[in-house]
Ligand binder design. Sequence first.
Ligand code: NAI
Length: 331
Amino acid sequence: MITLINGDGIGPEISDAVVKIIEASGLKIDWDVQTAGEDVIAAEGTPLPQRVLDSVRRNKTALKAPVTTPIGKGFRSVNVQLRKELDLYASLRPCKNLPNIKTKFENVDIVVVRENTEDLYAGIERKTDENTAESVKIITRSASERIAEFAFDYAVKNGRKEVCAVTKANICKLSDGLFLEAFRKIAARYPQVKSNEILVDNLCMQLVLKPENFDVLVLPNLYGDIVSDLTAGLIGGLGVAQGANIGADYAVFEPVHGSAPDIKGQNKANPAALLLSALEMLRYIGENKYAEKIERALFKTFSDGIFTCDLGGNASAAQFTDAVISRLAGE
Ligand code: NAI
């Protein structure tokens, strides 16, 4: 069984589309569907009921559609809470050019590995006086070593050539310095993978000049958050940006984008980012054959020029989904 958190906003629409496409591929998945987010607050008093966490703990693997973070209602982000509760310490965001999706950049094939549990996201902030605020950036040796290990393991398993650590260690000498020290220690255990280091400001410039020069990037939480949106932009934006949050025991696959309330219920939401996340999930559970089959059908759909409006096309979400399904038939 696999947990399906179908989210809110456009979440249920794109979840339905992805379930339909996977079903049409011939792969039978027993989904444990769990609702979460705004739509369950009234009945259950929280956007993340315990049953959702229990389900992921039981099934170990989840596909998650986006969930709205209500502003000013006192609820913590469902996404941050999930990552914390399940210790999903690695955020994995592969960004590769897709067929027939024209961007200003070619030959992009970058994997962003972001540390998900600490840094400025520890939420330790205070006002020291009326005119001064401080935020605490926490970097630990153990979290830095395990994210570096995750990045190198990923590189080995996926035939990647280089892992590059991204920091601002020239300024944050102690905190980013520790991240880098941990990276160097782990890198020494992987002589078959090249290791490299770059400062985050230089990386940003290089990414928009020569993105083809980068392979696997490993970053502390905040730089990872910002850089992974930048790399999503290199390949066509949120409609096609996939992701996953992975820990030692559980893995939750989810797109980078949010619940897009502005297009909810309008048959416009592009299911491709959730579908690409689901394909990574299928590879993770060993269903590579079906992942490849669905990917070929998706790429054919793009190659045939069928796009939803976020990518400049005029297909509705339903037409796009049907187009992928009809191309599965020839696979
Ligand atoms: P958003 O990603 O939902 O939307 C930004 C823009 O991209 C909007 O114009 C939207 O229409 C468009 N867009 C996003 N996904 C699309 C898709 N699949 N197809 C076509 N267009 C798409 O970001 P926003 O508006 O900042 O956030 C909305 C809500 O989502 C917030 O409550 C936020 O907290 C939540 N959120 C949830 C995430 C998650 O569940 N992992 C991640 C990011 C935001």
